[in-house]
Write a new protein. Structure first.
Length: 109
């Protein structure tokens, strides 16, 4: 399965079929990446005004802030409900994978 974002829709490709669904906010994307990483436990102090420390998604945000695929804003907010833009998605996946996705496609600039 491959996922891409087109406008305000995420497109999932699986075995030749495509399905559109609403784009994800930062919080949901972080939870998906955290689950993909195996839900590692980290000891990291986070202080975001819009993240309650004991809610279900807090561990995923703590991990993300520690490992840096997704971090908060300079204003002290994580942006839990902010929709992930196409550019943010590329940057997040780049940081998570540890390499530039575009490096696999030298004809793209």
């Amino acid at each position: 399965m491959e996922n891409i974002q087109a406008g305000d829709q995420m497109i999932a490709w699986y075995e030749g079929y495509a399905a559109a669904y609403p784009a994800h906010p930062h919080g949901e994307l972080v939870q998906m990446i955290y689950a993909q990483a195996g839900k590692p436990v980290v000891n990291f102090a986070m202080d975001y005004a819009d993240v309650i420390p004991d809610v279900a998604y807090a561990d995923s945000i703590r991990w993300s802030s520690s490992e840096n695929p997704v971090s908060g804003y300079e204003n002290g907010m994580f942006g839990i409900q902010d929709t992930v833009t196409r550019e943010q998605l590329v940057a997040i996946l780049w940081r998570y994978a540890g390499t530039s996705i575009l490096a696999d496609y030298p004809d793209l600039s």
